[in-house]
Design a protein around this ligand. Structure first.
Ligand code: ZN
Length: 117
């Protein structure tokens, strides 16, 4: 997911919830209040699980918020997207490896830092 979308989710969902909670309190709508608070709780739970699984936190929150406990389970079981910010391609076998690797784990080639992978 793009960064821009993450910002929209991490700002938008809590804002919508806040308005919904205020509306629920004003109208004495216990069900809506319960729904919004439980959505926030499962959202936070999903953030906690997402943090452990090294996932995008805004995305995790959205899953927990929108799909409740099912979303939390999804955050827990879906494979983490590969973070390529600290990866490079091996110049010999072109596999994706850690940017600080001095030896390729795939083809065992010794990597020289000066040559750009
Ligand atoms: Zn290699």
């Amino acid at each position: 997911m793009e960064k821009k979308n993450s910002y929209i989710i991490s700002l938008g969902l809590p804002m919508v919830s806040t308005f919904a909670i205020i509306y629920a309190i004003n109208t004495n709508d216990d069900f809506l209040l319960y729904l919004m608070i439980s959505a926030l709780i499962t959202g936070l739970l999903a953030i906690f699980v997402g943090n452990v699984k090294k996932r995008n936190l805004a995305e995790s929150f959205a899953l927990g918020y929108l799909f409740s406990l099912i979303g939390v389970v999804l955050v827990a079981i879906l494979p983490s997207p590969i973070d390529i910010s600290n990866k490079k391609n091996c110049p010999f076998c072109k596999e994706l490896i850690n940017i600080e690797a001095t030896k390729c784990p795939f083809c065992q080639s010794v990597l020289n830092d000066k040559e750009q992978g």
